[in-house]
Design a protein around this ligand. Structure first.
Ligand SMILES: NC(=O)c1ccc[n+]([C@@H]2O[C@H](COP(=O)([O-])OP(=O)(O)OC[C@H]3O[C@@H](n4cnc5c(N)ncnc54)[C@H](OP(=O)(O)O)[C@@H]3O)[C@@H](O)[C@H]2O)c1
Length: 230
C-alpha cells in the first residue's frame, strides 16, 4: 500500500507517517519548503515532496500512484489554505483512492451535532479573533469539508476532540454526533488521532462518515463503551 501524508511535518502528520511506516506502507510526505528540515530523521524512509499543500501541481505529483491520502486540514492564514489543499487532493487523487481528512468537532456533516456552550463560545470568540489577526480562518475549514462532503470520492473526515500528548491508548472510539455521551470527556491523545486516520484507510465502514473521536480510555468512553453510536 502506498500512502501520501499531506502536512507530514506537523505533529499529527509525523504521527501518521510513523503509524503508516509501522504497517509497512510506502509513504510520500508533502510539507511546506520551510519545514522540510523537520523531516530530516525520516529522509531515508519516506519520499518527501516539498511545496505548499494547496499547490495543485505539488499535490498532483505527490498523490500519483497512492492508494490512500491522509490530509491534515489546517485553517492557517486567511487565504483558503485548507480549501485549496482539500480541492487539490479531491481533484488529483487516483480514482478509488481512500481519502482521510482531519478537522475538529466544530465541523458538522448533517447539522445534528449538539455542541456544549463552551465549544460554541470558543468558536464564536476564537473564529473572529483569529481571522482579525490573520492567523487562521475557521470558515476555510468549513468550506473545505463542505466540498469533501459533496464529492463522490471515497472520503472520511475524522473530527478530533481536544488533543494531548502522551503514550498511545489504542484506537479511539467514535460517534456520528458530537453531544453523544460517549464523547463527553473531549480528549484524545494526538498519536491516537493519527492512528485512527491511518486505520480508516482500510476501514470501508468509515467511507462517507465524519466520525467524532475520543480517547478509548477517557472516562466517557469507558462509561459508555458498547453503547450504540448516536
Ligand atoms: N490542536 C487541537 O487541539 C485540535 C483539536 C481538534 C482537531 N484538531 C485538528 O488536528 C489537525 C492537526 O492540528 P494540530 O493542532 O495538532 O497541529 P499540527 O499537527 O501541529 O499541524 C499543524 C500543521 O499546520 C501547518 N502550518 C503551520 N503554520 C502554517 C501556516 N502559516 N500556513 C500553512 N500551514 C501551516 C504545519 O505545517 P508546517 O510543519 O509546514 O509548519 C502543520 O502541518 C488539524 O486538522 C486540526 O483541525 C486539532
Amino acid at each position: 500500500m502506498k500512502v501520501c501524508v499531506v502536512g507530514a511535518s506537523g505533529k499529527l502528520g509525523r504521527y501518521m507517517v510513523g503509524h503508516a511506516l509501522e504497517r509497512g506502507y510506502e509513504v510520500v510526505g508533502v510539507c511546506r519548503p520551510e519545514s522540510v528540515g523537520k523531516l530530516d530523521d525520516l529522509r531515508d524512509r519516506i519520499e518527501i515532496v516539498s511545496g505548499r499543500t494547496d499547490d495543485r501541481e505539488v499535490i498532483k505529483r505527490a498523490v500519483a500512484g497512492c492508494d490512500g491520502v491522509l490530509v491534515v486540514l489546517v485553517p492557517r492564514g486567511v487565504h483558503g489554505y485548507s480549501t485549496g489543499t482539500a480541492q487539490a487532493v479531491l481533484d488529483h487523487a487516483e480514482p478509488g483512492a481512500r481519502l482521510v481528512f482531519s478537522c475538529g468537532w466544530h465541523i458538522s456533516l448533517d447539522g445534528k451535532d449538539v455542541y456544549s456552550r463552551k465549544l460554541r463560545a470558543q468558536v464564536k470568540i476564537f473564529g473572529p479573533v483569529a481571522r482579525l489577526l490573520r492567523f487562521a480562518d475557521l470558515d476555510d475549514q468549513v468550506e473545505a469539508t463542505r466540498r469533501i462532503f459533496a464529492s463522490d470520492t471515497r472520503w472520511t473526515v475524522v473530527r478530533g476532540s481536544d488533543l494531548e500528548e502522551g503514550e498511545s491508548q489504542g484506537l479511539p472510539v467514535w460517534s456520528r454526533h458530537v453531544g453523544d455521551p460517549i464523547l463527553e470527556s473531549n480528549l484524545t491523545r494526538r498519536t491516537d488521532f493519527a492512528l485512527f486516520m491511518v486505520d480508516a484507510l482500510t476501514n470501508d465502514e468509515l467511507v462517507h462518515e465524519a466520525p467524532a473521536i475520543v480517547g478509548r480510555l477517557s472516562p466517557s468512553a469507558l462509561a459508555h463503551a458498547g453503547a450504540p453510536a448516536a
